[in-house]
Design a protein around this ligand. Structure first.
Ligand SMILES: Cc1cc2nc3c(=O)[nH]c(=O)nc-3n(C[C@H](O)[C@H](O)[C@H](O)COP(=O)(O)O)c2cc1C
Length: 201
């Protein structure tokens, strides 16, 4: 039985293109493996706390943690456990103002933990969340692929790789706000990449 973690990060609810693509992924995967266990972490529907000094120090541990620090540590551990127990990690990366959604950044801030999800060695950083297959579904209004402005994808791919999630396939839905023909082409291309990912795993 395959275990899948699906991370949604769009703020657009029912209008979200990335959430719809992730739903199509789940449907397609379940057709292939009805017994799959799928955990959906919807970061906009269930927002995580924004990293601040209190939480950052709390994540490092120690005695006399505040209730808020304890809660953030527990949440961080839950999120990391979700990652560790998954065979496949599927992440939505919509572009907002050239970056990733703040909701996805809060998730990253709670799962990047020194000594737990990555460690520094004499030869550099090592990611500790290994052996997973990753599918990144990125959605953009404009056309940024292979240019210096493709910053949401670059950020997500870099930080996921940093914690060990390096084996990533990209499903690209671009130019979604550049007219109906371009939008259809963008969505179709991403749908094909998602179906190819399902077929090849
Ligand atoms: C607040 C906001 C900011 C956006 N900024 C950008 C941007 O900087 N570049 C771009 O190409 N598209 C931008 N878009 C368009 C989104 O990338 C596009 O709507 C995409 O479908 C978002 O994914 P989602 O539908 O899953 O939320 C923006 C959309 C919103 C709502």
């Amino acid at each position: 039985m395959s275990k899948i973690l699906v991370v949604k990060s769009s703020i657009l609810g029912d209008y979200s293109k990335s959430s719809a693509l992730l739903d199509q992924f789940i449907e397609g995967w379940k057709q292939k493996d009805a017994s799959a266990s799928v955990v959906v972490r919807d970061l906009a529907a269930n927002p995580l706390p924004v990293l601040d000094g209190e939480i950052a120090f709390g994540l490092q541990g120690g005695d006399n943690l505040s209730d808020r620090q304890k809660a953030a540590r527990e949440l961080s551990e839950t999120l990391i456990e979700e990652l560790k127990s998954a065979d496949y990690v599927v992440v939505a990366v919509p572009m907002y103002n050239f970056g990733i959604p703040v909701q996805l950044k809060t998730w990253i801030d709670l799962v990047c933990r020194a000594g737990i999800t990555f460690s520094y060695t004499e030869t550099g950083p090592v990611g500790l969340i290994t052996g997973k297959k990753v599918l990144i579904v990125t959605t953009t209004g404009g056309a940024h692929r292979n240019t210096a402005t493709d910053l949401a994808l670059a950020h997500a791919q870099t930080v996921l790789g940093f914690i060990g999630l390096k084996d990533a396939t990209i499903a690209y839905a671009e130019a979604l706000n550049m007219g109906p023909d371009a939008a259809e082409r963008g969505l179709t291309e991403a749908q094909k990449a998602i179906q190819a990912f399902i077929a090849s795993h």
